[in-house]
Write a protein that binds this ligand. Structure first.
Ligand code: HEC
Length: 179
């Protein structure tokens, strides 16, 4: 990938406030699954639009864990949550194209992953670790990006301990079970 194609990616990652550590030390655990190209194994559960910014995020969960979480309200070991970030498609009038009141996906920017496996997370200090979750970052083409997840991901997600270190996905399944 050339520096030129990188520019928009880096810009939007900065907007997401995770840029500071993205180019830091590579402590990405190799075992976090790379979902790119295996989209059939994942279910799209949520799309979050940010119309003012013209960006959107699509959140996927691996099908096996999603089926189990729908029954139990808990995210089982093996849960792999994937968030694909995109820039929308300009509508030519200073806004962004929408279909059925949702932004239309344009350029893909980055793929964020969090995955939980039994016994994971032990390598991180207690004050930082997110239970048994590990994190990873990929380009839209599936290239693993070097990222110090202890700095770039865990401190913020740690705030969401009550929902198993997820921001929206944990509640999504808990709410389904209550219905
Ligand atoms: C500043 C806080 C913050 C940082 C840093 C952060 N996230 Fe998140 N993350 C969020 C928020 C907030 C959401 C919910 C989606 C939204 O509001 O856009 C989210 C959602 C997610 C999701 C979807 C599942 C869920 O509900 O939590 C994944 C996967 C994810 N982040 C991975 C990562 C990875 C990988 C990193 C590090 C490269 C990272 N995040 C860094 C705040 C953060």
């Amino acid at each position: 990938m050339t520096a030129r194609t990188w520019l928009p990616i880096v810009t939007v990652v900065a907007v997401l406030a995770i840029a500071t550590a993205v180019l830091g030390a590579d402590s990405t655990p190799p075992q976090v699954d790379n979902p790119v190209g295996k989209w059939d194994d994942y279910e799209l559960i949520i799309q979050v639009d940010v119309p003012l910014r013209g960006t959107l995020r699509r959140v996927y969960v691996d099908r096996v864990s999603a089926a189990q979480a729908r029954r139990t309200g808990q995210l089982p070991y093996g849960t792999t949550i994937v968030m694909r970030d995109y820039v929308g498609v300009p509508d030519g009038q200073g806004g962004w194209k929408a279909e059925n009141h949702r932004l239309v996906t344009g350029t893909p920017i980055v793929v964020l992953v969090q995955q939980k496996q039994k016994g994971w997370g032990l390598g991180h200090p207690e004050s930082i670790r997110n239970g048994e979750w590990e994190y990873a970052l990929f380009t839209p083409d599936g290239e693993r990006l070097p990222v110090d997840t202890e700095k770039a991901c865990m401190p913020c997600h740690k705030r969401y301990e009550a929902t198993d270190y997820t921001v929206i996905v944990g509640n999504y399944f808990t709410d389904q079970v209550k219905k």
